[in-house]
Design a binder for this molecule. Sequence first.
Ligand code: SAM
Length: 248
Amino acid sequence: MTPEIEIVTGDCREIDASGPFGMILADPPYGDTSLDWDRRVKGWQAVAAETLQPTASLWVFGSLRYFMAEARAFEEAGLRYAQEIVWEKHNGSGFHADRFKRVHELAVQFYRTDAAWAGVWNEVQTTPDAVQRSVKRKKGRPAHMGHIDAAAYSSEDGGPRIMRSVIYARSCHGRAIHPTEKPVDLLEILIRTSCPPGGIVCDMFAGSGAAGEAARNAGRGYVGFEIDHTMANKARERLSAKLPLVSA
Ligand SMILES: C[S@@+](CC[C@H](N)C(=O)[O-])C[C@H]1O[C@@H](n2cnc3c(N)ncnc32)[C@H](O)[C@@H]1O
């Protein structure tokens, strides 16, 4: 059976915890600009933490400025940092002429403070671009790092390498439905990493519903929350053009 894909119009802070969700995604407004729609949303982290299963991850998009400003909110909600990836874009925003042209954003993985990392569902992603064939690759274990799990992994077809944490993906510039739309390919990597097959992805700030498309590509279900009615309808339109949606 095809997992369900659904866009709910409303505030994600009023989530009816109809989960359990396999993972939670959040791409909130970063609040880095003075644009009208770019206002930080307060209190969503506590809702995410309450909804998050002990085996599940929360992946959050943001700028370093955003994470520094909100660090306390994550901590007080009982969310622990696991790792981050850098999304490298093909173009970027030039808000300031006196700084580097910004061609990246972060996505940070959190899990519940009262959960153990070893119990968090995690499918390490690989790329088939290694040059040597049939080797058992070993990850170094520097003494100062203490215990690191999974220090060795087997090469299955002479190729796979652990995916790098800097991931290039073309931004949606020119074809985006939402001004800060995230690429489906990138979202699919996060979903395959953290949502078990057949699980449901909860997207707290759905925007264009890009993560719904990624979830469907990965064979996962999806519930996206979007507060803006017009955008929620656009997301539904986008998803129903490709996928059977459950009723709104
Ligand atoms: C950064 S955008 C998300 C873009 C989305 N990831 C995409 O790829 O299209 C943030 C979205 O969150 C929505 N939003 C803001 N506050 C919200 C809330 N409290 N609950 C649900 N959605 C909210 C905004 O309307 C906006 O569409």
